[in-house]
Design a protein around this ligand. Structure first.
Ligand code: 5GP
Ligand code: ZN
Length: 116
C-alpha cells in the first residue's frame, strides 16, 4: 500500500486531477458515479489511499474496509434506495479492470441476474 500511485486513474480522481461526479467524501473515503452505469444508480466507493485490490489490504486496514461498506450503506440511505447491491471485483479473473480497490454500489431498480 502506498499513499498514491501517480499512474492510477482513481488516485488522479482523488487528487482532483481528473473530474468525477462525487457523491460522498470524507478524510479516508471517496464515492463517485460510475462513468458507465450498469443500473439507474451506480457509484464506486474507494479508499483515498492507493490499495490495488482487496488482497492488498493489510490486517490493520480492517477499519478502512469497514468504512467502505458503511459508506455504501450511507449513500444508499441518502439516495433512498430500498435495496441495492454491493460488489467488489478482485483481480482480472474476478472482473477487476481498475487496480485501485473499489466497491460498486448499484440500485434504482429491482436487481436480479447472475453474479458470476
Ligand atoms: P472494475 O471492473 O475494475 O471492478 O470496475 C471499474 C469501474 O470503473 C467500471 O465500472 C468503469 O465503468 C468505471 N470507470 C472506469 N474509468 C472510469 C473513470 O474515469 N471515471 C469513472 N467515474 N468511472 C470509471
Ligand atoms: Zn490508486
Amino acid at each position: 500500500m502506498t499513499a498514491a500511485d501517480p499512474n492510477c486513474l482513481f488516485c488522479k480522481i482523488v487528487a482532483g486531477q481528473l473530474p468525477a461526479d462525487r457523491v460522498y467524501e470524507d478524510e479516508s473515503v471517496l464515492a463517485f458515479k460510475d462513468i458507465h452505469p450498469q443500473a439507474p444508480f451506480h457509484c464506486l466507493v474507494i479508499p483515498k489511499v492507493h490499495v490495488a485490490t482487496l488482497n492488498d489490504f493489510s490486517a490493520d486496514q480492517g477499519a478502512l474496509l469497514g468504512e467502505l461498506l458503511l459508506t455504501a450503506k450511507h449513500i444508499a440511505a441518502e439516495q433512498g434506495l430500498p435495496g441495492y447491491r454491493v460488489a467488489m471485483n478482485v483481480n482480472r479473473e474476478g472482473g477487476q479492470v481498475v487496480f485501485h480497490a473499489h466497491l460498486h454500489v448499484l440500485g434504482g431498480r429491482p436487481l436480479k441476474g447472475a453474479l458470476g
